[in-house]
Design a protein around this ligand. Structure first.
Ligand code: FES
Length: 111
């Protein structure tokens, strides 16, 4: 796991809001769902909708375009969708929010 500082403490989104950022070249949405900070990919796999305009409902992230839903813990799409989103590890440290990306074998070879 490779960790990157994503936001200073004061930049972490308030309760029930979503912020779009870029970390290590990846477009990410930081979601504050009931005071739990979650990091997901920023675009919807269905047709590319941007989750920054979405909202959370019963533990799911809802895409604003066609309202597909994704589990905020597992990334799995709701029943019948057959898709998923990436959920990234997060850590609140003394100086802000960090996001961890899994290191893949190819990233070690090609960076
Ligand atoms: S683009 Fe997200 S549900 Fe269609």
């Amino acid at each position: 796991m490779k960790w990157f500082k994503a936001l200073n403490t004061a930049q972490i989104p308030f309760a029930d809001s979503i912020k779009a950022i870029e970390v290590d070249g990846k477009k990410i949405c930081i979601i504050n769902n009931n005071e739990k900070i979650i990091a997901t990919q920023s675009y919807c796999p269905h047709a590319g909708g941007h989750f920054s305009g979405g909202w959370c409902k019963n533990g799911y992230l809802v895409c604003p375009i066609h309202r597909y839903e994704y589990n905020l813990e597992t990334g799995r799409g709701a029943k019948g969708q057959g898709d998923y989103i990436n959920i990234y590890s997060t850590e609140i440290r003394e100086d802000g929010l960090y996001i961890g990306f899994e290191e893949r074998w190819w990233s070690k070879v090609w960076g």
